[in-house]
Design a binder for this molecule. Structure first.
Ligand SMILES: Nc1nc2ncn(CCNC(CO)CO)c2c(=O)[nH]1
Length: 282
């Protein structure tokens, strides 16, 4: 099994910090079609993933594969413009590597965004969902294997993975900005992919209380909580999943990217406003 020691990751973090002036405390992982968030970052310093030894390279359209350092609403941030997924064949430990690298670069708060299919019938395409919990149906976990206590405990709690104060802040800002109808709160489930879910899988997770489903985010959140980061998660609903058998319509990646492009303005505005009001002197 692929593994990276604390020293391996410290080396990667040191290499990255040697190339930039910015010393961010906030990290933002941009999901499919949400890479345009990076357009809002000022005083940019950009490092392509392929210039970072050990960093996994995105192979999915819509995931640029760059670390973007800079300021967003006067806060120092680092954006992952593009993420990697287990369905690409990367180990969960490899998926977790960028998050642990951000930890050792000094990141205290992690925003994780993704594109997801709407399970909750009240969610419409283009809506956003503030994640309050997740259901890990992927069968993978980046914490499997030897645990290094310098990152975190062997058996970390996961019942409060998504910070309640940031969730409340996001919903409050959405209301202030007139987005209240577009922004929900709910449960995210991860399946391994790369196939989209079956009708029965959608029906099962709907019964379990899941509101949106995707193929990412959970490994990053597990590792971020393990090493003590404060986590905020948000999904962009890019289609309504198919809950009836033998329907003609099918989910596809093109509509995921198209919705991401169309809805990025709202997502950007909401994320930027939340960032602007963050107290990072933690
Ligand atoms: N029904 C459905 N709609 C979705 N929109 C985005 N994703 C997340 C997966 N995104 C993949 C394929 O677009 C690219 O990482 C999904 C999903 O898993 N299911």
């Amino acid at each position: 099994m692929e593994s990276f020691t604390y020293e391996d990751i410290q080396q990667i973090a040191n290499d990255i910090l040697s190339k930039v002036k910015c010393r961010p405390k906030l990290g933002i992982i941009c999901g499919s079609g949400l890479g345009k968030l990076a357009d809002m970052v000022e005083d940019r310093e950009v490092i392509p993933y392929n210039e970072i030894p050990g960093f996994p390279i995105s192979t999915v359209p819509g995931h640029a594969g760059k670390l973007i350092f800079g300021t967003l609403r006067n806060k120092s941030v680092v954006l992952m413009q593009g993420r990697v997924h287990c369905y690409e064949g990367y180990s969960p430990q490899k998926i977790a590597l960028p998050v642990r690298t951000m930890k050792l670069m000094g990141i205290k708060v992690l925003f994780v965004t993704n594109a997801a299919g709407g399970i909750n019938r009240n969610f419409n395409v283009g809506d956003m969902m503030v994640i309050k919990d997740h259901l890990n149906l992927s069968g993978v976990n980046p914490l499997v294997g030897i645990n290094d206590e310098r990152f975190g405990p062997r058996f970390p709690p996961m019942s409060r993975a998504y910070d309640i104060e940031l969730r409340k802040l996001a919903l409050s800002i959405a209301k202030e900005m007139g987005f209240a109808d577009l922004v929900h709160e709910g449960v995210y489930s991860m399946m391994l992919g790369p196939n989209f879910e079956t009708v029965t899988e959608c029906r099962l997770i709907s019964i379990a209380g899941v509101d949106a489903t995707g193929m990412s985010t959970v490994p990053e959140v597990i590792v971020a909580k393990h090493c003590g980061m404060t986590v905020f998660g948000m999904s962009l609903i890019t289609n309504k999943v198919i809950m009836e058998y033998d329907q003609d319509a099918t989910a596809n990646h093109e509509e995921v990217l198209e919705t991401g492009e169309k809805s990025s303005r709202y997502t950007q505005q909401l994320i930027a406003e939340i960032v602007g009001r963050l107290d990072l002197d933690i």
